[in-house]
Design a protein around this ligand. Structure first.
Ligand code: SF4
Length: 300
């Protein structure tokens, strides 16, 4: 990205009272023009708690939707309009309603990586860092967990007194990491700590030294006295850590794993949003109201 483009984006953002928010998995160029970089829920909460008129959410669709749900009076833009999340798209509201009919006593817990329409038919949302505690605290003994089977299985293991009905969704990026990848990486770097996202398969999580959200992994590595880390999540986290702790050794578990949708945003797309050349994100008002209830229950 040229300095001219960066300056043009920053000047226009200031002039329009716009806030540029970028997920950790965005390219470093996109992160360089952002006001804040964070994980999906931190960004949505930040969108709500500031006085900007416009939010440009550099991420995938469900993230922009969450920002709009929590900050309904602001104009929200998704710069790469075709950036979806394959895992979020695996579950539909009809799937949730069918599961509800099969398990009428169960509470529906929906991972924030889901569409507004799915959130709207769920009882409560969770993040990867809050899922275990949240399920533990629910009065219902039966839980329907959507859409991520890997996070759901992790929660079920940690909450043995609950019956968790899993949906078969998964994140194609995290699901690609295999047990053989983590075993080989550990054999190659025996002193490294393996930091892994709970969207990974159980057989990968079983060998992790730390399991946590994207923000959790970054914070853990920054605070840890260890010198070597194996990272089991999207390549964006690896790049951030290699930049921020250059005196330590940070490796990917297996090949590097990239979420193609997260890499669709270009700085030029952000500029187009700020110039008003893109459509703002509009949600169905009733869907937005119901989804907000599920998100606010999580926050409460
Ligand atoms: S990394 Fe996985 S969960 Fe995150 S946006 Fe990409 S496909 Fe969706």
């Amino acid at each position: 990205m040229t300095n001219e483009l960066k300056d043009e984006i920053r000047c226009l953002a200031k002039e329009k009272n716009a806030l540029i928010l970028a997920h950790y998995y965005q390219s470093l160029d996109v992160q360089a023009v952002a006001d804040k970089v964070g994980d999906s829920f931190a960004l949505a909460k930040y969108a709500k708690s500031n006085s900007a008129d416009i939010i440009v959410l550099c991420g995938v669709r469900f993230m922009a939707e969450s920002a709009k749900i929590l900050a309904p009076t602001k104009k929200v833009y998704l710069p790469a309009e075709n950036a979806g999340c394959p895992m979020a798209d695996m579950v539909t509201p009809e799937d949730v309603l069918m599961l509800r009919a099969e398990h009428p006593d169960a509470a529906v817990v929906c991972y924030v990586n889901s569409s507004a329409a799915v959130k709207a038919v769920s009882d409560i949302c969770c993040t990867s860092s809050s899922a275990v505690e949240l399920v533990r605290g629910l009065p219902e003994r039966e839980i329907i967990f959507v859409p991520d089977q890997n996070l759901g299985r992790f929660v079920a293991e940690k909450c043995p007194d609950k019956t968790v009905h899993l949906f078969d969704g998964y994140c194609p990026t995290h699901h690609k990491i295999r047990e053989s990848d983590i075993l080989e990486a550990k054999a190659l770097h025996p002193n490294a700590l393996a930091l892994v996202h709970p969207e990974c398969r159980t057989e990968v999580l079983n060998h992790a030294d730390y399991i946590g959200s994207t923000a959790g992994i970054i914070d853990y590595a920054l605070a840890s006295p260890a010198d070597e880390f194996l990272i089991g999540t999207e390549i964006g986290v690896l790049e951030i850590l290699q930049r921020d702790i250059p005196n330590k050794r940070v490796y990917s578990i297996g090949a590097t794993f990239t979420c193609p949708n997260m890499k669709k945003t270009r700085p030029e797309d952000i500029l187009a949003c700020l110039k008003g050349e893109r459509e703002e994100l509009i949600l169905d008002p009733e869907e937005q109201r119901l989804a907000r209830l599920a998100l606010e229950r999580m926050v409460a």
